[in-house]
Design a protein around this ligand. Sequence first.
Ligand code: AMP
Ligand code: GLY
Length: 419
Amino acid sequence: MNILIVGSGGREHALAWKCAQSPRVDKIYCAPGNAGIAKIAELAAIGPDRFEDLADFAKSHDIGLTIVGMDDPLVGGIVDVFEERGLRVFGPRKSAAILEGSKAFSKALMKKYQIPTAAFETFTDLEEAKSWLRSRASFPVVLKASGLALGKGVLICEDLESALRGADEIMGEKKFGQAGDEMVIEEFLTGREVSVLTFVDGTHIREMSSAQDYKRAGDGDTGLNTGGMGNISPNPYYTEEVQRICREKIFQPTVDAMKAEGREFKGVIFFGLMLTEDGPKVLEYNCRFGDPEAQVVLPRMENDLIDVLEACIDGTLDQVDLRFRPDSCVCVVLASDGYPVSYEKGKVIRGLEAFDKETDRMCFHAGTAFRDGEIVTNGGRVLGITALGKNLEDARAKAYEAAGWADFEGKYFRRDIAL
Ligand code: AMP
Ligand code: GLY
């Protein structure tokens, strides 16, 4: 069958790369894609917010399955539009994607169904939020814009003054746009963070191997939060005991809760977890593969991706035996100097051909484009240098060696991924 992938980042490159390994796939299209994805897929210049145009494209190109990588179109209801047009599509409907699209919703869901998460309050009025902060908060405190904010709408505030300032930014100045119409104020948790991506078919849930994100821009977890500067899989802190507790208290209960609310979830639920002294707690839900979690999890997956995605759509995930290679995988993101604040684009990227003959080292493109026959930088996160190895140390050494192969002006990356 022909496949259409919606998105343009490293995650979508990893999805396209995995689809290309399926004997069931004839041709892959990606909208809008990037210069790396163009090597394995035909690009269509259609933005991810143009649902009807994307559906027209799927109809005219005989697409058997559309895979939506990004959160924005999912939360905006792209799956509903495709389904109404009789097209097969992987991802949650709008009514279920709210699990990521509204933190106010997901926190209320967890409270109602007793799924462990940080204690919280939700506000739609700035003055009420401030008066709660003055009289009730203990510090540090966490402020979250309820809506989508490119992973940047979370502020950890050490004292009352910075919390009041943060509330002004989110709800008053609308620094994160409409995402700040509603705000969640949350108890600060400490512990190790784990990402667990799962496949869900409405009723059943199957976990992929665990991962660990490196969210801060600088070494030693310093600097601003980013979309993710690197990732490793498996996550060494995700023990069998932790997994057992997550299965019992978090994973299946979330799927059941969504079903009970009439919001049957089909697609990927990405659980962002904190392993606290009181056990694992949910930091956030995402309704899609992580970026760069996909880059370290998909290379370890042994199943044909298309089979698994179709089982999610058809409600037959209970018949799927999901398998992962015992290897470890490490992804180091090469970013543009200045990311996540401001950075230049259009810098020529050299050295990419070094990856052509590699089998266990991949260069997933995140922000790249073509210009005059050359490949140039086109985003904050540019490349995800990814390596499989027999353990984390081995994968780390291979990834960092390859991080030196590709070069562009202003390249920066963290040196402590998987350390
Ligand atoms: P989120 O987008 O909700 O996952 O938040 C982004 C990051 O902020 C998380 O990966 C954590 O590092 C941090 N964070 C979020 N919520 C909390 C919390 N309640 N306590 C401590 N850190 C948090
Ligand atoms: N890497 C975190 C995310 O995709 O949300």
